[in-house]
Every structure is written in structure tokens, then in C-alpha cells.
Design a protein around this ligand. Sequence first.
Ligand code: IPM
Ligand code: MN
Length: 339
Amino acid sequence: MNQRSYRVAVLGGDGIGPEVTSAALEVVNAAGVNIATTTYDVGAARYLRDGFVLDDETLEQLGGFDAILLGAIGPAIGDTRIPGGILERGLLLRLRFGLDLYINYRPFQGVRGSIAQGCEFAIVRENTEGPYAGEGGVLRHGTAHEVATQGSVNTRFGVERCVRYAFERASKLVEPRLTLVHKTNVLTFAGELWSRVVREIGALYPNVQVDYNHVDAACIYLVENPQRYGIIVTDNLFGDILSDLAGAVTGGIGYAASANLNPERTSASLFEPVHGAAHDIAGTGKANPLAAVSSAVLMLEHLGEVEAASRVARAVQEFNGDVASLGTSGITKQLMENL
Ligand code: IPM
Ligand code: MN
């Protein structure tokens, strides 16, 4: 069989991160896709040892892979040796900005017993602008006249490429629907740009039904009426908050997968489960690899391994074991049997 092989950088990270990425790679391998992995030691432990998060040379190397698979990053709860934000900005945001991973794509499927049982929708979040761009500063720090500003950057270029990607995704749904989520009644400058771009790009996709929700209303609908959504397109900060809510209503972020994409493929894209490092269960064999496996599904789709991707996705959907009693290896085994 003439099979393609892929070079994937594996950033296992901290806590359960390395366990869930190896489980995911085992399943990918069992699905018949050849992956040559290169492991990079990044995260809290590395930072504490060497004093840096991600150097320029590593960033550049990572961009050259076919894909990057990340486990989880972060110190144990209560470990205060690393100031908050250092790892998030130094690794995740550095990768997003440095590799121009301008789409954050998070699909959700309501698992049995969840509020959103049976619902399927995805959040397309702009991933390189908004308040995350770091515009702002501090004046007269620590005085009674202190000023702190934190701007939101919304460029025509950035909004347009995000909205285009969202419409592309929406147009391929069985029921093509797209909802812009923003706060246009208050955030009038950015809101008007997003609305106008959605109108303009929407005209090129007449099959897609377009809707708009204010972000606060979207928080109610996600809980009370999640079946109304197909693709939600939104800015970086709203997307961050909504995706945690979406994770919670569809069964918990233990299931949530995420892709940080460079759709033009000018660099590698990054795939990661949404959950954290869960140091308390690291090394016990109890880590749930389902979100990492679902992130690997997104990776396979991006690599063009569509058939393998849908086989693994189906195995995850059909998984009906007891997560707690099966543990990492039991879950992985059942997934491989279901392929
Ligand atoms: C996420 C995370 C990150 C974000 C943090 C860790 C910087 O919450 O991927 O959703 O805010 O985007
Ligand atoms: Mn988040």
C-alpha cells in the first residue's frame, strides 16, 4: 500500500498531557496513518528547570512540521512558582501569533446525558486579534492616578479571513447555518465591522442561513436551545468564553477538542484538547484521552486523511464505556477495537 507518512511535533507538556497525547497517537496509528513524531519538552516543568518557555529556534522548527499535537500545559494547582499567564502567553499565544494560527476551531457534540445531548455545532473563533493582540498599557502604575487600557484589535483582513473560513465550514453542513456572536449594541466600532463583513461574505454563500446573537443572549441560548446553532463565528475573547460554556453544556471539557489552524498552510497547525494538566491524576492511568483523540481527528482532517479521521471520530462517538473504571489504557483499547 502506498501510504503517506507525516511528521508531527508532540508537545506533551505537563501533568496528564504526555499520557493523553501518546494515547491519541496510538489510536491514530491503529487507524493506519503513519506518523513520525518528534517530542519537544515544553511547559511548566521545563520553565522551572531552564527559565524559558519557547525559544525562537524551536518556534521556527515547529512551524516546519506537518502538524503539532499538544497535551496540556500548566503547573499543579497551588504551585505558585510560575506567575499566572507566563506559560499561556509564552507558549500558546506565541504559537498562535508566531505561526499565524488565525482560526480556533472547536467542534462540540452533546454527549448522552448532557444539556445539549444530540446537538452538533462548532465555534470558529478569530485567534490572533481582539483583546489578545496586547494593545494597551499602563500609566502611572501603582499610583492613585493609575490608568490601564486594554484595546481590542479588529482588522478588516483579520475579520474577513476568519469569517470566510466560517462560511466555508457552514456551507458544508447538512443544514448550513452561521451565527455571528458579538455585542454590536455596545461595541459599535468592532461590531459594525464584523456585521458588515458577515453581510458581504454571506452574499457569496446564498445557501447559508445567517443569524446574529448578542454574546449575552448566546449564553442563554447555548444552555436553553443549543440546537439552534451550526457554526458560531466570533472574536477572540467572546470565542474563548463561549467555548468553555459550550464545552460544559455538551458534556464537559473532558471531551472538547480544539484546532488552532493556519488554513493556508504557511506553517504547521496546532491541535490540543481544551482540558488542563490535571496533575492530581497524572501517572495514575486515570486520564481520559477522549479529547486528545478528538483533537487528533481534527489533525487527521487537516492532513487530508479524511477516511481515517472519520473512522476515529466514529469510534469516539460509539465509545460507551465507563471512563472512570476503564482508565487511559482501557479507553484507548476500546477505541482501537471500534475502528
Ligand atoms: C484556550 C485557553 C487560552 C485562551 C489561554 C490558556 C491563553 O483558555 O485555549 O481557550 O484564552 O485562548
Ligand atoms: Mn479558554
